[in-house]
Design a protein around this ligand. Structure first.
Ligand SMILES: [Zn+2]
Length: 676
């Protein structure tokens, strides 16, 4: 491992968060099996590794019971060491990685607070809804708190970790949903002793390290004490069809792909898929040069009944995909960058974190302005690592980049809202509706981030005659010394200084142009500097087809300017209409419902989808008339469109050096085999 120097200016700002948690030994492969608790424990996982005495008085007990997870009732019992007098307990409000105050407070139920066997009256603060006030009687040394989290049903897709998380066969536990902690205490050093009860026949996987022995309650798994921050950073995936697939020990740390599915068949991994995940770990190590976790788990829920998204943690990621995501090669391709993206976050987002997101507890507001680095660079590196690992074949990655670039081309809100504002306002834009997204803009710092960081990569390579690249940036900015989770905050100055150290250039001025200017077109300069350009042709790429199949939508924005919903319950709904497009000029708007195409009924079926595609392709030879239902009224709209079928793709620019293919090529560096 080559410990690259941390750029000047960042060394002094050491570690608010998770650095002070006790060092835990790297876990080996283990499985939790309830109720018989067959534990394969690593050596040295006993209490000897608990936090130092000065940091703890007594740990807070967090006992979570998932026995009722199948009917989506998660339960907890907390024992909180406390002193007599007035006390405020707080429920985690700002959720790391979600960048907004998304703690699912409305789903907190059954709250009872006791001291010495007496039930205490509690009051909610009438300004801060996340704060609960209680008077602790004299002589009491602890509070016993019982509470439930009402996990939402299938179909609840918004809210990230607060969305649908449990089915008859699996559940994802986010500890922050079931915790109250004393206001004013520091979650980074507040010790907790967690334990977990599972439904009979379920197993579980988590970065937490189980304690040896079953303890008094044979159905409960107890874990080594950790800080509250570390606990909330360590979700648990549990289920009746759960498999931990070892991906290899790289740089001394074991890695696992954990699959929990509705059926055994859905959790089957093909050899080429496993090989790509193994290569992902090796390529990430080659890119960053060090790791900042003791072990890493891709905690993957495979189900049509949970919400689909990814959430990063230091030592794991909560990755949720559809039921056929591994079975169907096309759907696997469509979701492949999910794992590489979330994995990159262990370095970019968890280890290095914008200062505005490095808040000391879960109650203080986060500042999202640097999400174009936190999420934008992660999106870029996620695409790069998908190519280098083989999670996506290189031609597919080019189609992926074309799709992201076109998505940004269609977002016309860039004319009024600069990219930086999509980051600053992320807490408003994540939950925003998708109708009029092309005009509102969404969380564009993801896909526009891909374009911006590709440009930075191309500039570094060009200006150094190929001697420097984003690979060097990653080693310097995210590398350092391998070890367990720690966090180093950064500012924009640190990003600029690291780049300038690699290649002298006005990076600050460059970013200001990309972030603060309004413009009509997406920033495609980097793509072109890398030797490729975004063009349009009549053939839909296999990648776009896969995405549309997964999302059950038709994306016709590049031709007539609209996205059509194909889901059974909402077939024909115009998900969005692009301002200035033929559909827009004809008078169409989002959430009108397409009923007929040139007099033929539109149902959302495969045949009616083809009918609409053919009708678009046949323009201008034939008219394109759409009968649309808008609230209580039907009306026919005639589109003035001559372009035929039109879908995005990349093509090489003749005579230009192909930097993109070089960027996407595996680094081929052998991983270091030495122990940390
Ligand atoms: Zn992300």
């Amino acid at each position: 491992m080559s410990p690259e120097p941390i750029p000047a200016g960042t060394e002094a700002i050491l570690p608010p968060e998770e650095n002070d948690v006790p060092a835990l030994p790297p876990p080996t492969r283990w499985l939790l099996l309830a109720p018989c608790l067959a534990l394969l424990l690593p050596a040295g996982t006993g209490l000897a590794d608990a936090p130092p005495a000065k940091a703890i008085q007594r740990p807070m007990l967090v006992e979570v019971n998932l026995a009722d997870a199948q009917r989506r009732l998660f339960q907890a019992r907390l024992v909180i060491p406390i002193s007599p007098g007035p006390v405020t307990l707080v429920y985690p409000k700002w959720v790391p990685g979600e960048h907004m105050p998304s703690g699912p407070l409305a789903d907190l139920a059954g709250l009872v607070i006791r001291a010495g066997g007496t039930t205490l009256r509690w009051h909610r603060d009438d300004v801060d809804m996340f704060a609960i006030q209680v008077e602790v009687p004299s002589g009491a040394t602890e509070l016993e708190v019982t509470l439930d989290s009402l996990s939402p049903p299938p179909g609840t897709n918004s809210g990230f970790s607060a969305a649908a998380s449990a089915t008859a066969n699996l559940a994802l536990l986010s500890w922050n949903h079931l915790v109250l902690y004393p206001a004013g205490s520091d979650p980074r050093s507040l010790p907790v002793a967690p334990s977990l009860t599972l439904p009979a026949g379920w197993t579980a996987s988590t970065p937490l390290v189980p304690l040896a022995g079953a303890g008094k309650n044979p159905g409960r798994i107890s874990f080594q004490p950790v800080s509250l921050s570390r606990l909330i950073d360590s979700p648990v995936l549990a289920g009746s069809h759960l498999h931990e697939v070892p991906l290899g020990v790289v740089d001394g740390a074991p890695h696992f792909l954990v699959l929990a599915a509705e059926t055994e068949a859905q959790a089957e991994l093909r050899p080429e898929q496993r090989a790509a995940f193994e290569k992902l770990v090796v390529e990430a190590q080659a890119l960053f040069g060090a790791r900042h976790y003791d072990s890493y788990r891709f905690l993957t829920s495979i189900s049509d009944s949970v919400a689909h998204f990814g959430l990063e943690h230091h030592q794991s990621s909560d990755d949720r995909v559809g039921g056929d995501a591994f079975v169907d090669a096309e759907l696997f391709t469509a979701s492949a960058t999910l794992w590489s993206h979330e994995y990159v976050h262990s370095w970019n987002g968890k280890y290095r974190r914008p200062i505005g997101l490095a808040t000391p507890d879960f109650q203080q507001p986060m500042k999202d302005g640097l999400l174009w680095v936190y999420e934008g660079l992660t999106q870029y590196l996620g695409v790069v690592l998908a190519a280098r690992s083989g999670l996506q074949a290189q031609p597919t990655v080019l189609e992926n980049i074309a799709t992201e670039a076109d998505d940004m081309e269609q977002h016309r809100g860039r004319t009024w809202r600069p990219l930086e504002d999509t980051a600053v306002a992320a807490q408003v834009l994540y939950p925003a509706r998708h109708d009029w997204e092309a005009w509102r803009r969404g969380v564009d710092f993801y896909f526009e981030g891909t374009l911006i960081w590709l440009e930075v990569d191309a500039l570094l390579r060009e200006k150094s005659n190929g001697a420097r690249s984003m690979n060097d940036f990653c080693r310097r900015f995210h590398g350092g010394k391998s070890g367990g989770p720690e966090m180093r905050p950064y500012t924009l100055d640190d990003v600029v200084a690291t780049l300038a150290d690699l290649v002298p250039y006005d990076w600050r001025g460059h970013f200001e142009k990309r972030l603060q200017a309004t413009a009509k077109d997406a920033p495609l300069q980097g793509l072109e500097a890398a030797g490729w350009r975004l063009v349009y042709g009549p053939v839909r790429s296999a990648f776009q087809k896969a995405i549309e199949t997964r999302d059950q939508q038709m994306d016709l924005r590049a031709s007539i300017g609209m996205v059509v919903d194909l889901r059974l319950s909402s077939a024909g709904d115009l998900v969005d209409v692009v301002p200035g497009s033929p559909a827009f000029r004809a008078g169409l708007g989002p959430m009108m419902r397409l009923v007929a195409v040139n007099g033929r009924k539109f149902t959302g079926s495969t045949s009616s989808e083809q009918m609409l595609r053919r009708a678009v392709a046949r323009t201008p030879a034939e008219p394109l008339e759409l009968l649309v239902e808008n609230a209580e009224t039907f009306r026919t709209y005639r589109l003035d469109y001559q372009g035929g079928a039109r879908y995005p793709k990349l093509e090489p620019i003749p005579g230009r050096r192909d930097l993109l293919s070089a960027i996407l090529a595996p680094l081929g560096t052998s991983p270091s085999k030495k122990s940390p």
